[in-house]
Design a protein around this ligand. Structure first.
Ligand SMILES: C[S@@+](CC[C@H](N)C(=O)[O-])C[C@H]1O[C@@H](n2cnc3c(N)ncnc32)[C@H](O)[C@@H]1O
Length: 334
């Protein structure tokens, strides 16, 4: 755990593996174990229970999950006809180095927009919205704050900022299909009296159509990894932030714990791409690009250095769900 703040330093929150990990600790026999009739009987019983094969249950569970996903894939809106944005060959290389990354990312999100939210909820087991809420908490929104949500996609984070009472929220994204969903969700949203409705507009986050120093908070959730030039985006975020403004970046990462990292790798590289592709009826390669783009993106330390280089200070990282997701917070000016 590194804590090295003060004037442009870097700091970590605790990256605690949490309760999940403890549940894997071997448990004792517990009360009520029958006394051994023969020497070694308890040991054999223990061995029998330890060697109980859970694989059939797991296979049934996985098959039901895939079957449910196939049914969901048949719902209206499925089956994208767009050509592949990312082929297996493209993904063998580092996708962040692709000269046409911006166009590929744009066509990928255009292809999967219709099922983007559903896939997020299913494949994060509903956690994605709590990660966004935590990000909003970290930004400590004031009733006078103007918020820019960059790469807003279908608008979940922009809506969370509006619900938290920001004075105004603007969401920008370069994929019109994602913005269309954001706008229709926003029109249907039920709001507490006194909360504002976000506005959504099409823009590239590397060339923001806003004057200098006009926002108090800039956020970007699961977007910076998808931007072709993240350094340029960070420079733009800094430019449009007022003095004492905050930048909040939410992004996927790798759990620090080795066992959880392997489990996460199995899920993200071998299970999620199959089920998410089925649900989206996708041919763009989006859900194979996703784990590859996370694995090849800069690590947490490098990303914090990028924020410091873009003139953010007091940069902190806040891992969530054992480090599967991380929120980075940086401040503009003193
Ligand atoms: C994974 S989605 C995240 C959407 C949303 N922030 C969320 O929390 O679900 C990434 C978004 O980044 C957008 N994007 C990528 N590069 C962009 C750029 N240069 N300018 C604007 N939007 C961009 C994509 O269109 C896509 O909607």
């Amino acid at each position: 755990m590194l804590r090295q703040l003060a004037g442009g330093g870097i700091a970590h929150d605790g990256d605690l593996p949490g309760r999940d990990e403890q549940q894997y600790a071997p448990t004792g026999c517990g009360a009520g174990a029958a006394p051994a009739e023969h020497p070694g009987e308890n040991h054999r019983r223990q061995q029998r229970s330890n060697t109980h094969d859970h694989r059939p249950e797991l296979v049934v569970l996985l098959c039901s999950f895939i079957a449910s996903c196939s049914i969901l894939a048949m719902l209206p809106g499925g089956q994208s006809t767009s050509p592949a944005a990312w082929t297996a060959n493209d993904l063998a290389d580092n996708p962040h180095d692709a000269a046409d990354k911006a166009q590929r990312v744009h066509s990928m999100f255009t292809a999967i927009a219709h099922s983007y939210d559903l896939n997020n909820r299913i494949h994060s087991f509903g956690l994605d919205q709590s990660w966004r809420r935590r990000a909003v908490d970290l930004a400590r929104v004031q009733p006078t704050d103007r918020v820019l949500d960059a790469a807003c996609g279908t608008g979940d984070l922009a809506e969370a900022f509006a619900a938290a009472g920001a004075a105004g929220v603007v969401g920008v994204d370069f994929a019109e299909k994602m913005l269309g969903i954001a706008r229709s969700k926003s029109a249907r949203a039920r709001r507490r009296p006194g909360t504002n409705t976000p506005t959504y507009r099409r823009a590239d986050v590397t060339t923001l159509p806003f004057p200098d120093e006009c926002f108090d908070v800039v956020s970007i959730a699961f977007g910076i990894r998808n931007v072709a030039d993240p350094r340029q985006a960070l420079a733009e975020f800094r430019r449009v932030l007022r003095r004492r403004g905050r930048l909040l970046v939410l992004e996927f990462s790798q759990p620090a714990n080795r066992f959880l990292r392997q489990l996460n790798h199995l899920y993200c590289h071998h299970i999620m791409p199959v089920t998410a592709t089925l649900i989206a009826g996708d041919r763009s390669g989006a859900y194979r690009y996703l784990p590859r783009s996370v694995a090849t993106f800069v690590d947490r330390e490098r990303f914090m250095e990028m924020m410091l280089a873009a003139d953010f200070n007091s940069v902190t990282q806040h891992p969530m769900t054992a480090g599967v997701c991380v929120a980075y917070l940086g401040h503009a000016g003193a």
